[in-house]
Ligand binder design. Structure first.
Ligand SMILES: Nc1nc2c(c(=O)[nH]1)N=C([C@H](O)[C@H](O)COP(=O)(O)OP(=O)(O)OP(=O)(O)O)CN2
Length: 164
């Protein structure tokens, strides 16, 4: 029997992270280093129990906030870019791009398992990390849609659906 699913949409102002990055457009073109207040939102569909509760969405907010905090106040660098190589030397991290060797202090950098620091790479990364949270997987969640925005009016969304 097809169960009714209800969508719970979490879009809290505090689900954000301030980070530096530069988008890589080719092997020779990139943006200058700059930052955004990236915003995160997440909607899930779940079955509602006989008690009128799908699950305590405070759990989802807690996990999303922790994911944002992991990226907050760092310069984000992609580990899997075809155009960028990462080198470490004497406590520094070098982003090697074309003929540039851009130095950062280790404490200021966060390497991410993505190909480019774009919203379309950040959204699936955060969705994957969200799904790794055991406390959430135990819930009756059927679909997840996670969005990342680099500014007003520009979002990327990544989706997941459970296959019973
Ligand atoms: N497909 C993508 N294209 C671009 C991305 C991206 O993540 N995915 N990101 C960038 C840059 O990071 C750029 O800084 C994005 O910000 P921007 O468009 O400048 O944001 P604004 O809010 O300033 O936009 P306005 O239209 O100027 O208000 C570029 N491309």
């Amino acid at each position: 029997m097809q169960q009714t699913l209800t969508r719970i949409d979490i879009s809290k102002e505090y689900l954000n992270f301030s980070a530096g990055h530069f988008t890589l457009f080719s092997a020779t073109e990139r943006e200058n280093l700059h930052g955004h207040n990236f915003q995160v939102r997440c909607a899930v569909t779940a079955a509602v129990g006989d008690d009128g509760l799908a699950f305590d969405y405070a759990l989802l907010k807690r996990v999303l906030k922790a994911l944002c905090d992991q990226l907050d106040e760092r310069v984000l660098l992609p580990q899997w870019s075809p155009y960028l190589r990462i080198e470490r030397q004497d406590g520094l991290v070098f982003a090697c791009f074309a003929d540039e060797r851009i130095p950062f202090l280790d404490r200021d950098v966060l390497l991410l398992p993505i190909r480019n620091v774009t919203i379309e790479e950040l959204a699936p990364l955060l969705l994957t990390r969200l799904r790794e949270q055991a406390e959430l997987t135990a819930q009756t969640i059927r679909t997840i849609e996670l969005g990342v925005s680099s500014g007003r009016g520009q979002w990327a969304f990544s989706q997941w659906e459970s296959h019973p």
